[in-house]
Design a protein around this ligand. Structure first.
Ligand SMILES: C[S@@+](CC[C@H](N)C(=O)[O-])C[C@H]1O[C@@H](n2cnc3c(N)ncnc32)[C@H](O)[C@@H]1O
Ligand code: SF4
Length: 378
């Protein structure tokens, strides 16, 4: 089992919070598509003989590609890899790109999971975030996607937006759950260095919402999702049973994946690789046969840290049997001793052989994870 991620770096307007590699769309995608096809061919052996269970078009804005361009990419993947019959194929769509003809085209390509970047149903939040769509376009996009017969729809929402009240966040969730969607990714706004928001924060022109509000929005999210029948299988990800994202779950379960396109990351079980974060450089180096990525071999300490970082964020938690098998008594004792403290505080609990965060623990998940880092085993 393995996954393929394809990064489409184009956007039409730059959102103030976004740190993903993105550039204003040049209009003509042909050089980029040709290069992606070439990279796919160059890296066809990266995943060994594994079958592909998930393909994900992310960005940037994959919905700036035409159906024909997406078809070329999927055709190349199907030719060069063994793709499972029921492979999850996801595309991120920006609401203002959604049109019935486009959706019909995606269906014909066997794309079976649609991720809509709604972010908020409230126009004032969308303005603050500098989104290019408004709430009526978001509603149109969701209704049309449902009408087109996509049954596996996921929505992205952001909370903790400056000026957003807990009441507005509650309304966003109620409205979201009033539709037949199967999955929700809800992220607390983060202020990333180098983004417009990051710079505004440094200059004191914008402020993060306070901790009390953050906590209360997170609690509302957990409650509303649960009563709508969604399972919080990761801190920011909620799915109806049977609809957890294979793509996301693979990342958290250390399944190998190939990342194509500028800035895309890959993992083959023992090393990580990341492509150059620059479209022109990517096109130039892939086509001239020069190296277009950097890589890092993962030693046992890095792998341990990565395992803790990802597993603690999920409902499956830390598997103590895996820890004992992989990191022996030293690693096992380290985890169990540290976990004892968090269990005493009611931040963690042990279910048979796994350690998971309680709802209280999830609120300070990053702090707990950082205490588990630097285990001193190598
Ligand atoms: C890279 S975006 C791509 C999706 C698509 N381009 C869009 O904007 O709808 C993936 C998701 O990450 C989330 N995201 C990106 N940056 C974030 C930030 N700084 N804070 C919170 N959420 C963020 C947004 O919800 C966004 O939909
Ligand atoms: S959030 Fe999406 S649309 Fe906005 S800049 Fe980032 S990738 Fe582009």
């Amino acid at each position: 089992m393995a996954g393929i991620y394809i990064h489409i770096p184009f956007c039409k307007k730059l959102c103030f919070y976004c740190d993903f590699y993105h550039i204003i769309s040049p209009g003509d995608n042909s050089a980029f598509i040709d290069t992606l096809l070439k990279e796919t061919s160059l890296r066809q052996y990266y995943l060994g003989n594994e079958t592909i269970s998930t393909i994900y078009f992310g960005g940037g804005t994959p919905s700036l590609l035409s159906v024909k361009e997406l078809g070329l990419l999927l055709g190349q993947i199907n030719r060069l890899f063994r793709v499972e019959e029921n492979c999850e194929i996801t595309i991120e769509l920006n609401p203002d790109d959604v049109k019935p003809t486009y959706l019909r085209g995606l269906k014909k390509l066997n794309i079976n999971r649609i991720s809509l970047g709604i972010q908020s149903w409230n126009d004032s939040h969308l303005k603050v975030l500098n989104r290019r769509h408004d709430s009526s376009q978001a509603l149109f996009a969701l209704k049309e996607t449902l009408k087109a017969g996509f049954e596996n729809i996921t929505i992205d929402l952001i909370y903790g937006v400056p000026g957003m009240s807990t009441g507005e966040w509650t309304s966003n969730l109620d409205f979201t759950f009033s539709f037949d969607i199967k999955h929700l990714s809800a992220y607390h706004l983060t202020f990333e260095k180098g983004t417009v928001f990051g710079k505004m924060l440094e200059k004191g022109q914008i402020a993060e919402i306070n901790e009390e509000e953050s906590t209360s929005m997170f609690n509302i999210l957990i409650e509303k999702a649960e009563s709508a029948g969604f399972v919080q299988y990761e801190i920011s990800n909620f799915g109806k049973p049977g609809y957890f994202s294979k793509h996301n779950s693979n990342y958290w379960k250390q399944v190998i994946y190939l990342g194509l396109g500028p800035s895309a990351h890959s993992f083959n079980g023992y090393s990580r690789q990341w492509n150059i974060r620059d479209l022109d450089g990517y096109i130039k180096f892939v086509n001239s046969g020069e190296s277009f990525f950097e890589s890092e071999e993962l030693d046992s300490k890095v792998r341990f840290n990565e395992y803790i970082m990802t597993s603690l964020r999920t409902m499956w938690g830390i598997d103590l049997e895996y820890i004992e098998k992989t990191y022996e008594k030293e690693g096992y004792d380290y985890v169990v001793n540290l976990a004892g403290k968090f269990r005493d505080y009611g931040l963690m609990k042990q279910n048979k052989n796994t350690l998971v965060l309680t709802n209280q623990g999830k609120m300070i998940c990053d702090n707990i994870i950082s205490e588990f880092m630097m285990p001193g085993i190598d």
